[in-house]
Write a new protein. Structure first.
Length: 399
């Protein structure tokens, strides 16, 4: 069985290809970084280091090779011979892989091949629809009909945390990836055109919107809350922030608010959502992940956009008449996030300082709800002074 993994980055190597390997697939990566292409073709294997109980557990992903994404014929041939496929290139790169993928569509049509499902592992709601549209631009009407009939674009929710690999491991194993133990891959059951493949830890689910929002409005949201409040206290790593009892309290309370809203909106049992909240906080404690506040919080212009992790969570709560007090604490802290080298965050922080919280939330988050804006203003102003006192006041709800 042949799998194609478009993108040989951390998620591609450290998550999806590992599941392919565990499921008995030979995996062909597609990437444009020459050193990565050459190393994969020379070694045909690489290690994944799973962080477990303060130690690394090394496992190997074998039977891999790589083609250069600039070689349209090689990409088309790989797609033509694939039994399953996935992408993990980053949303901004999808437009660049559309043409090579369109050549693969044409090659499969010429060869008379049947269905091929593409698991779209990108951090964007409806990334599957977006990618299909990009590919369609390179096809004629007959080829578009073939695409619609034979290609499944399967949305996925990527929950595994894969931070930067420590330099001492990288020096010995250039392709090594360090990951957390969590490795479940929820996917949209309704997105498949062919039979759902037997892939280890694949979780087909319908309707899939619950998993998409759970990832964005619980995982991403609480991760960001820990980062932004942790930044105010001078922490460097997420595990340090998550181990601060005050931040942990606020993060859990924010998760509970979001879980209630998702439960109401999706008519879902709240029990598993609350369990997921505790599981997330436990995962944030993983010191070996060495996940930094700067990485998790960076680019607040994107992360505070209208439907993203924190503003989107608040809006879902407003819609479902669920309190959003503690989520607002994360949003207020985010408006003060401006580390060196993070120009988008500096822009947003300076705009807030100059024009006020109300103007910033309207411009960047399209958030105008009076109660939410007022809460954020009060918390933002509290964070101007004694941070410890501010957190105590927020926790005691004495604003």
């Amino acid at each position: 069985m042949n799998a194609v993994m478009y993108g040989a980055g951390n998620i591609g190597r450290g998550f999806i290809a590992q599941l392919f390997s565990l499921s008995g697939y030979s995996t062909t990566f597609v990437d444009v970084v020459d050193s990565v292409v050459n190393e994969l073709n020379t070694k045909n294997e690489y290690p994944v280091f799973i962080t477990k109980d303060g130690e690394y557990e090394k496992t190997w992903v074998k039977n891999v090779n790589c083609v250069n994404g600039n070689d349209l014929f090689a990409v088309a041939n790989a797609v033509c011979n694939a039994d399953i496929m996935a992408t993990a290139v980053g949303v901004n790169i999808l437009k660049f892989i559309a043409k090579p993928l369109s050549e693969g569509v044409k090659a499969r049509k010429r060869a008379g091949k049947g269905p091929l499902d593409i698991i779209v592992c990108e951090n964007k709601i409806d990334a599957n629809i977006y990618l299909r549209g990009l590919i369609s631009e390179y096809l004629n009407d007959e080829e578009k009909e073939y695409l619609d009939a034979n290609f499944g674009f399967v949305e996925a929710s990527i929950g595994r945390m894969v931070p930067a690999t420590p330099s001492e491991i990288k020096e010995q194993y250039p392709l090594a990836v360090c990951v957390e133990p969590f490795c479940t891959l929820p996917v949209d059951k309704d997105g498949f055109k062919g039979n759902i493949p037997d892939i280890v830890n694949l979780l087909p689910y319908s309707p899939f919107e619950l998993y998409i929002e759970r990832k964005l409005y619980m995982h991403n949201m609480s991760h960001a809350v820990c980062a932004y409040i942790g930044n105010l206290l001078g922490y460097e790593y997420i595990w340090q922030a998550a181990n601060d009892s005050r931040i942990r309290y606020i993060a859990l309370a924010a998760l509970t608010e979001s879980a209630e809203a998702l439960s109401v909106h999706h008519k879902a049992d709240i029990g598993p959502l609350i369990s997921h909240s505790f599981d997330l906080l436990k995962r944030y404690d993983n010191k070996l992940l060495a996940d930094t506040i700067a990485r998790v919080g960076k680019d607040t212009v994107r992360k505070l956009s209208p439907l993203d992790r924190i503003p989107g969570s608040i809006k879902r709560c407003i819609e479902c008449t669920i309190p959003y007090y503690y989520i607002c604490a994360g949003l207020a802290a985010a408006l003060r996030f401006a580390p060196e080298g993070d120009e988008p965050s500096k822009e947003l922080c300076e705009f807030t300082r100059s024009c006020g919280v109300r103007a910033a939330l309207k411009k960047y988050s399209d958030l105008t709800d009076e109660n939410a804006v007022s809460l954020c203003e009060k918390m933002y102003n509290l964070f101007e002074g004694d941070i410890d006192g501010a957190l105590d006041a927020i926790i005691k709800e004495k604003l």
